[in-house]
Design a protein around this ligand. Structure first.
Ligand SMILES: Cc1cc2nc3c(=O)[nH]c(=O)nc-3n(C[C@H](O)[C@H](O)[C@H](O)COP(=O)(O)OP(=O)(O)OC[C@H]3O[C@@H](n4cnc5c(N)ncnc54)[C@H](O)[C@@H]3O)c2cc1C
Length: 392
């Protein structure tokens, strides 16, 4: 981004023109737009643009309020860069206040269209897990989100009392730009809930609805919601991720944002060069989700991405038992705690609620080995917004 100012003097009466790409709704998003605002609104405009994935090309200040009101839309101002402006550069990620929430509520959901629904698991896997993408075009407001948020899905049909089903939340597995980078899709990673009751197999209502859904179908979507799992804007951060099963969903979004070539081209302001370390738990090798993408990132960014798997039914821990993610955490306790000492380190945990006690136990033991008390350290990390947990 180029930041220019046409006048040397600073005055509250100045108007600023921001030339932006990929901002707005529908066709507007595809076109370059010019937005002119008074100086006092400039910061909030730039934050809104960043929050919505817009790309700022130029910020220029040429006109006073009166001049700007009188002026017809002018071609892009492109003077030579001058003295450092007081204009804040847009940040890669957004502050909590700028994160979109509840653009669509259960009473008036957005109707998304399924564009893709495919299996994420290989031959011999346990259960069904699908990647499902919805087209969000045509909403007013446009349904948009940032990495780490969730959306609600209201399945078709009615419950046992004849009432419409309640919404279920699903972590978003795509970046804000969507899998096709067109800014108008959202993807989920859904495991079909199945359990036995009185000798009968019970299928979860919403997860089965989603795993069975065909492209072209319309689905009621609410949200987005959630500010717990936002990615830090720092390109040099260390991001430790602990995921089991579909808990990979937000991590997939982070890792695409960090390492996918299309994403990197779209986000010149976020060129990740820190360390991302994913601990991924699965029962069997064919249950490792998005494994090919993750291995590719590992090959392409060996200094920036570590990928450690715990495959419970195939690998053994040091005690000869099944290898769970907490066993891997214990194995790497020294390194993990050395990283946590760095204030740039964030830890994310996502997956079934049952993973929490095991991780807590491992972190307690790992901390104790370094003379630290995890029960004191964890709340401190949480308070510093560096310990992020979303389990269900
Ligand atoms: C923030 C958040 C993010 C989430 N992200 C994801 C995600 O990315 N991917 C994903 O797949 N899911 C995710 N979930 C879970 C999701 O919201 C649903 O809970 C899940 O899909 C099951 O919904 P369902 O309608 O299929 O099941 P339902 O038909 O609602 O059945 C669930 C109910 O079945 C009963 N039940 C469940 N298991 C058993 C059992 N073993 N024995 C007896 N009874 C049982 C319980 O009463 C349970 O409440 C997330 C949840 C939250 C809160």
């Amino acid at each position: 981004m180029r930041v220019t100012t046409g006048r040397a003097s600073q005055s509250d009466s100045r108007m600023f023109t921001v030339v932006v790409e990929s901002f707005g709704i529908g066709r507007q998003r595809r076109a370059e737009r010019r937005l002119t605002v008074p100086f006092e609104q400039l910061q909030s405009l730039m934050q809104t643009i960043a929050a919505n994935g817009g790309r700022i090309r130029v910020v220029s200040s040429d006109l006073t309020t009166a001049e700007a009101v009188a002026a017809t839309p002018a071609p892009a101002a492109d003077p030579a860069p001058q003295a450092a402006p007081t204009v804040p550069a847009p940040r890669a990620a957004v502050s909590h206040a700028d994160v979109p929430v509840n653009l669509y509520k259960p009473k008036d959901p957005f109707l998304g269209t399924v564009t893709e629904n495919y299996s994420l698991v290989g031959e011999g896997a346990i259960g069904r897990v699908n990647h499902i993408t919805f087209d969000l075009a045509g909403g007013n407001p446009q349904l948009h989100y940032v990495e780490g948020q969730s959306i609600g899905i209201i399945p078709d049909g009615t419950d046992a009392n004849g009432k419409p089903h309640k919404l279920r939340l699903y972590s978003i597995a795509s970046t804000r730009h969507g899998d096709n980078l067109e800014d108008i899709t959202v993807s989920l990673c859904v495991r079909q809930l199945q359990y036995e009751k009185d000798g009968e197999t019970i299928n979860g209502v919403c997860s089965t609805f989603l795993c069975d859904i065909e492209p072209g179908a319309k689905v009621k979507i609410t949200g987005p919601v959630g500010k717990e799992m936002l990615l830090p804007p720092d390109e040099d951060a260390t991001v430790i991720m602990l995921a089991t099963g579909t808990g990979i969903a937000p991590m997939r979004a982070y890792l695409r944002r960090m390492f996918d070539p299309g994403e990197r081209a779209r986000n010149p302001e976020y060129q990740f060069r820190g360390l991302a370390w994913l601990f991924m738990g699965a029962p069997k090798t064919p249950n490792l989700l998005y494994d090919d993408d993750l291995k590719r990132y590992q090959a392409e960014f060996p200094d920036n991405f570590r990928y450690t798997t715990a495959i419970s039914r195939e690998q053994q821990n040091a005690k000869g038992g099944r290898m769970y993610i907490q066993d891997r955490v214990l194995e790497h306790a020294d390194e993990i705690f050395a990283l946590i000492e760095n204030p740039k380190t964030h830890v994310y945990m996502c997956g079934l609620r049952g993973m929490e006690p095991g991780i807590d136990e491992a972190m307690t033991a790992a901390a104790a080995a370094k003379g630290l008390d995890w029960s004191e350290l964890r709340p401190q990390l949480k308070k510093a917004d560096r310990w992020h947990v979303e389990t269900y």
